[in-house]
Ligand binder design. Structure first.
Ligand SMILES: [Zn+2]
Length: 201
């Protein structure tokens, strides 16, 4: 998915009331799904006809599986499920998460040869400005203009997989930001410009 395609569907992501935000994602998904075949073909890994993610949001204590790609199209109902799981853990705000982020997590798993039924343990998905501000007060590693606030970032690990391998897979894919947090045992990835910080991996 190119930046232009993403912008076509996500030009006006706004924070909305709980539970309705992912309507925007459905619009974006329709646009992306209608792009010419081959738009997603530049990826270095196989892309199966069904793609799902099982997200275990640790801080919220909720887990669900969503088959977000089904026979050549995004499924807005399943994507809404993922957006809900990615909600702000403090305020419960749901935000339209960038589809490219779900694809990136899925591709990290594919690159590692991990079945997509394996739980993705989410530490932090969407962060409201208030939550990001609060975290900045206690953690110097939190960016002021974090991609978490734009629905474009995830802090996570994959059950049973060394987290440094997850971060290295994101590095190989080279489709956004990545970082390895050894102390807290999670990888950060985002769909912003390719870059990294902190420890070299
Ligand atoms: Zn992060």
């Amino acid at each position: 998915m190119t930046t232009m395609e993403r912008k076509a569907g996500f030009a006006t992501p706004t924070v909305t009331r709980r539970g309705v935000a992912c309507g925007l994602v459905a619009v974006g998904a329709g646009l992306v799904a209608s792009m010419p075949a081959g738009a997603l073909a530049a990826l270095p890994i196989p892309r199966p006809p069904y793609r799902s993610l099982t997200i275990d949001h640790l801080a919220i204590g909720e887990r669900a599986t969503a088959r977000f790609w089904n026979r050549g199209a995004y499924d807005p109902v399943e994507i809404a499920k993922l957006c809900r799981l990615f909600r702000d853990r403090r305020t419960d705000e749901v935000y339209p998460i960038d589809l490219a982020l779900f694809e990136l997590i899925h591709d990290v798993m594919a690159l590692l040869g991990v079945d997509d039924a394996r739980p993705v343990e989410l530490i932090s998905g969407y962060r409201s400005p208030a939550t990001n501000h609060a975290l900045r007060g206690t953690n110097s590693g939190v960016a002021r203009r974090s991609y978490h606030m734009r629905g474009q970032a995830a802090d996570f690990r994959i059950a049973g997989v060394p987290t440094i391998a997850v971060a290295r897979a994101a590095k190989r894919l080279d489709r956004g930001g990545y970082a390895f947090y050894r102390g807290s045992d999670f990888a950060h990835i985002d769909t912003g410009p390719p870059r990294t910080w902190g420890r070299t991996i």
